[in-house]
Write a protein that binds this ligand. Sequence first.
Ligand SMILES: Cc1cc2nc3c(=O)[nH]c(=O)nc-3n(C[C@H](O)[C@H](O)[C@H](O)COP(=O)(O)O)c2cc1C
Length: 188
Amino acid sequence: MTSRTLYLIACAAPPARRLTIPIRAAQRAGWEVCLLLTPDAYRWAAEDAEGNLAELQALTGHPVRHSYKLPSEPDLLPEPDALLVAPLTSNSLNKWASGISDTLALGLLTEGIGRGLPIVALPHWNNAQGRHPAVRRSVAELRAAGVTVLLADEHGGDGGDGFAPHEPRRGNLDAYPWELALAALPDA
Ligand SMILES: Cc1cc2nc3c(=O)[nH]c(=O)nc-3n(C[C@H](O)[C@H](O)[C@H](O)COP(=O)(O)O)c2cc1C
């Protein structure tokens, strides 16, 4: 049986340092995984000191994409069957909800809604960022468009489990609930 393809789209927030966790978990669940990074997340992964771009590329077996191709260039990745955006920053959240597609990651996310793809979003922002009125609005708009946004109840959740924003500079990477995102995906 041919595997279905999951695009894991990661923004520039600390869980982007741990992308081997969701990649391996999705592969165990039967997904072919392609990794796409926002330009800032790519800078982090490509960083000499702590980046692990080569490891991520080897793990997925696909190029790690972070920018739009030229019109003359071929598509490098198989078509997606589902999108998982994790970590989702407040920046990308608000741009996505506004329909902005000035990065490849946002282009896939904005188009993904119109294509009717299953989309799961696992946010990562602190509670000061989360209190900005645009965040609540954007989460509500994306949910109304069919996106599964995993936020804990007291932080704008809709009754399910999800990420609970922390105090600024008090994030705990070990508590980031990757497993909830994987569980919210359709079957591979
Ligand atoms: C060390 C560091 C940690 C950050 N953590 C977060 C975060 O947890 N959530 C968030 O929304 N933005 C965070 N930011 C800010 C984003 O990286 C910034 O808004 C960036 O423009 C996001 O771009 P992107 O959404 O295209 O990935 C952080 C920035 C730095 C330098």
